[in-house]
Design a protein around this ligand. Structure first.
Ligand code: 5GP
Length: 139
């Protein structure tokens, strides 16, 4: 198990040291657009409680975290006019984790539209903002 590094990119976003395209924030969680979306509207939900991933998290994190995941999943599906949403969450590098602060992916799906590569191409920031506006309007 990796140890928590407070210099990870999501810890910096939580501290406001680097920007993100935010769609939602409450006492326990923040949600923002994934910078390398696997589909238009790909959103990340990050608990404010620090942990590397699900394996070392305090179980008290999951109630507020998944309350936000559900809220965002509903807004992503309706705001992006998607046919469905996939929820993913990776634990450790061998499983595909690249940022070592617990987070949950909400990815909209449309019939017949393939997912893009995980951690693939950077999206245009104006496009991320436009998608964030659609999701926020559906919250
Ligand atoms: P995972 O750790 O679950 O594999 O994925 C981390 C996710 O964070 C990837 O989908 C990647 O595109 C996204 N990501 C990496 N760096 C940044 C960043 O600086 N800002 C945002 N908004 N997303 C990021």
């Amino acid at each position: 198990m990796s140890t928590y590094d407070p210099q990870n990119i999501f810890a910096k976003i939580l501290r406001g040291e680097i920007p993100c395209t935010k769609v939602y924030e409450d006492e326990h969680t923040i949600a923002f657009m994934d910078i390398m979306p696997q589909a238009d509207g790909h959103t990340l939900i990050v608990p404010k409680n620090p942990s590397v991933n699900l394996l070392d998290a305090d179980a008290a994190t999951f109630g507020p975290l998944f309350t936000t995941v559900q809220k965002i999943a509903r807004a992503v599906k309706s705001g992006m006019d998607a046919d469905g949403v996939v929820i993913t969450q990776f634990n450790e590098a061998a499983a595909g984790q690249t940022v070592f602060h617990l987070h949950v992916h909400v990815i909209p799906r449309w019939e017949g539209v393939a997912l893009r590569k995980h951690s693939g191409a950077m999206a245009d920031s104006a496009l991320l903002q436009a998608h964030a506006e659609k999701i926020k309007a559906a919250l």
